[in-house]
Design a binder for this molecule. Sequence first.
Ligand SMILES: Cc1cc2nc3c(=O)[nH]c(=O)nc-3n(C[C@H](O)[C@H](O)[C@H](O)COP(=O)(O)OP(=O)(O)OC[C@H]3O[C@@H](n4cnc5c(N)ncnc54)[C@H](O)[C@@H]3O)c2cc1C
Length: 510
Amino acid sequence: MLSCVVIGAGPGGIVCTKELLEHGLDDVVCFERSGALGGTFAKSYDSLELTSSTTFSMFSDWWVGDDRRHHFWTWREALAYWTSYAEHFGVLEKIRFDSEVRAVSAVDGGWKVELATGEQVHARRVAVVAGNNSVPRFPAWAEELRDVPYSHSMLYRNAKPFEGKRVLVVGGGESGSDVAYEIARSAARCWVSLRETTGWVVPRKRGEVAADVSTHRGLWGLPRGHGERLSKRLIESERAKRDPVFDVVADLNERVRARRGIWGTFGTKTLALPWAVARHGARLVGDVVGVEQGGRTLRTADGATLDDVDAVVFCTGYRNRVAFLPEALQECDPRALYKHMFHPEHRDRIAWLGWARPGFGSQFPIMEMQARLFALVCAGRHALPDGATLERVIAADREQWYEQFEDNARRIRSLVDYHRYMDDLAGLIGCAPPLWRYALLHPRLWRTMVYGPTQATQFRLRGPGKKVELAHEILAKLPVSGWNHVVKAGARGRIEQAWRALLPRKGEAA
Ligand SMILES: Cc1cc2nc3c(=O)[nH]c(=O)nc-3n(C[C@H](O)[C@H](O)[C@H](O)COP(=O)(O)OP(=O)(O)OC[C@H]3O[C@@H](n4cnc5c(N)ncnc54)[C@H](O)[C@@H]3O)c2cc1C
């Protein structure tokens, strides 16, 4: 019986296999149904560039290259990075390509894993890292599109088929924004239908600097209640640019109704949609509420009529569905899992990785932390809490996400706050960065940890899996935020916070 089977060789499966190997579990196999590693990115649209910068997206212990500090990988570059990582850490030998897992069933305290070829293997544990980007989600009205071809962003490659046509793009998340931008440039007409908001729009870069350098503790260390004021300030500075693209950014961000503003929603970390609107004539419309003439005419909630529609592209996300699991686990709610990873009944025998989607930041460092926790569990160096505690923590975490993200947390079941989630897992692993010690002994590295991107390397300074020398080397190379409007907003927030702490509260004796 194998120690563990990892299902999927996307970035999550690669880092999971690597961590299991580093924890001494040599008898692991990673099954990948396709012929290549890289998951989503190996079959993506031609122009895909990541929305998290290279230094944020990197794994903690494999540097991206000195000339790559403010870069955004194309999908080819991301695959090259993960391939070199997999080679370096001996993961490639553990991946079995062209091996589709058909069924996983519980047997004798472990799992039977059946491949499409009929081969069966037995393992004590299973890591489900098959991604949640393979079952497209469509709104109900898609079924009424009888006379208009429609597709999903999962199948989108480039705008060529839409040249000169009248096209509706549904959804304004990161994929929707990229797709709308490309189509708007060559179509006769491009509408973009938004049900509610696009999340909080931020640019990939500010000048030459990757904008997510500012996703740091200096700002994100503030209490989330500060989100409303912060959001107002961010919108003011977008308006102050007096630039049509940033006017659209401000308009989109003003649609966010969450109490916590930027901290009550998810980020759309690209200006593609604002560019499509401001420079290429894309028109924003509301949710589609009426389908006529088999889809040639569409009516939207804000009263628009879209005539002579030639095609519809749905960028409406995916369902969390894993068809090869036992039926009861196929549509498992991420919020019913301990730390979005462990099922209360199956406990440490199965783990889902990649089912925590950060509002901002990047999913790759999250998957690395999940892999580290899972590997510790598999190596017998970390025990999950007893059943009652597990249930209590699941419920408390769920309430915390509902409190912060409100409806967004109910709708997007995997949505988490990057900093809170990373620090939470770091607490369990025992690798929280020793910030105070570094403030005194290594002030330059401390500055990077607080005002540079909160990526994965700062979690290698202590605890199981620590790699102190390497972490110092990498941290010293990371970019640090300049004194930009985001940092200023954070600094004002800290001053206000300190001021409020000094002032007597209403009803308190002076
Ligand atoms: C278009 C797009 C852009 C994104 N950009 C970013 C970004 O810039 N930054 C960021 O942090 N996140 C980004 N994400 C989110 C997230 O990081 C990616 O979705 C990432 O690919 C998740 O990695 P994963 O390994 O969990 O899943 P995947 O990349 O989906 O990999 C899953 C793998 O499992 C395999 N598999 C599935 N079923 C089986 C089976 N039955 N048997 C064997 N193998 C199987 C698949 O073939 C695939 O290779 C993006 C997502 C999308 C869709």
